[in-house]
Design a protein around this ligand. Structure first.
Ligand SMILES: C[S@@+](CC[C@H](N)C(=O)[O-])C[C@H]1O[C@@H](n2cnc3c(N)ncnc32)[C@H](O)[C@@H]1O
Length: 360
């Protein structure tokens, strides 16, 4: 058992079951024992690997996308380059190197990083130096024209889960088993406040239907939308998820590159859910933004010139590097793997048109 298990069990005994969203918040973000507060989870020695850690081409192409979008915005100076959940800072480092292709853009941009993990903030400082400003949330990022990057960020935001029962919708909760020794899923006895987030069209869904909603993710999409509409710019969301939200529960835990039970040893495994891109787009459009995509990561990166960049890198790669450079780039666009499981959505100022990577 972990210290976080003891804390969660004591809280359940005192105040009753937690929602799945409360459980995710504690398991990932508890200030002392939360998964992201205590470790660097990325890479071979960690729990999972992300696109920028697989190939430098990922960050480079996103940097070029930013430079191109900045031009479409009318080249504002200054412009904020914001990253949500920057991991080790690898994506931003690669993006900034590529952005230098437009020196005026590189000089105009100010980097703001939204990161709650002290361990990963230290890694970001090592990669990027002291120039960026760090924030705990988007709220403290200054206003102004901005470009926002969020890779594998939204999938870590807490979700509420619901099940349609004979008695109507009930929220899934995390409680203790009969012996009081393990965490177990259950259902709330009565309707909960969070049920107001269930789409009205689901009122008559068949018994057994499951549904997930992330109010935090929807609020963030709306906040990003307000900013890009009022101040100019665009936000790029890249994540594992559905183009169209549908029924089902998708909470999963990963530890040491293996699937793990989400309720076992909380705080020691990454917890994610599939991102509901349709719901994000709806929230952003309701706030006045124009949405581009979602398209698959494969389509997006190929449209931005992955093949060309790969060919250039291969020219200077040593015989030992070449197979790794090639396999990394291929993995980013692999059909049936990252290339199609990951989707890309832009939430943009409606005055921007023809954003790179989204044209048919
Ligand atoms: C899966 S990692 C992705 C890292 C990076 N974007 C990449 O692609 O390598 C999730 C990142 O989001 C950060 N994070 C998770 N939840 C957060 C929250 N609620 N607020 C701010 N940062 C958060 C983590 O510390 C980490 O940097």
């Amino acid at each position: 058992m972990t210290a976080l298990f003891d804390l969660i069990a004591a809280r359940i005994r005192r105040r009753g079951p937690l929602s799945v969203a409360e459980y995710m918040e504690l398991a990932l973000g508890h200030p002392k024992y939360g998964y992201y507060r205590t470790r660097d989870p990325l890479g071979r020695a960690g729990d999972f690997i992300t696109a920028p850690e697989i190939s430098q081409i990922f960050g480079e192409l996103l940097g070029l996308w930013c430079a191109d979008t900045w031009q479409r915005m009318g080249e504002p100076d200054p412009v904020l380059l914001v990253e949500l959940g920057p991991g080790r800072g690898t994506l931003m480092k690669d993006a900034l190197r590529a952005a230098a292709i437009r020196p005026a853009f590189r000089q105009a941009l100010h980097v703001h990083l939204v990161e709650t993990s002290p361990v990963l903030r230290a890694a970001q400082r090592k990669a990027l130096g002291d120039a960026p400003c760090w924030h705990d949330s988007l709220k403290t990022v200054p206003r102004g024209p901005m470009l926002v990057l969020a890779n594998e960020f939204f999938d870590a935001l807490p979700v509420h889960q619901f099940v349609r029962t004979e008695r109507g919708w009930r929220e899934r909760v995390v409680t203790l088993d009969a012996a009081g020794e393990r965490l177990a899923f259950g259902l709330a006895e009565r309707p909960t406040k969070a049920q107001r987030h269930l789409p009205a069209r689901l009122a008559d869904a068949p018994v057994g239907t499951e549904w997930e909603v992330s109010p935090i993710a929807l609020d963030l999409a709306a906040a990003l939308a307000h900013r890009v509409v009022e101040d100019g710019g665009a936000a790029l969301v890249i994540d594992y998820g559905h183009v169209l939200g549908g029924p089902g529960e998708t909470l999963q835990a990963v530890r040491g590159h293996q699937r793990h039970e989400p309720l076992v040893e909380p705080g020691t495994a990454d917890l994610t859910t599939h991102v509901d891109f349709a719901a994000l787009a709806e929230a952003a459009e309701a706030a006045g933004a124009a949405c581009h995509g979602p398209v698959t990561q494969r389509a997006f990166l190929l449209a931005l010139g992955l093949d060309l960049r790969l060919a250039t890198l291969m020219k200077t790669a040593s015989p030992a590097q070449a197979p790794l450079v090639e396999s990394g780039a291929r993995r980013l666009i692999e059909p049936g793997g990252m290339g199609t499981l990951f989707k890309v959505l832009a939430l943009a100022d409606p005055k921007l048109s023809d954003l790179a990577g989204f044209l048919p």
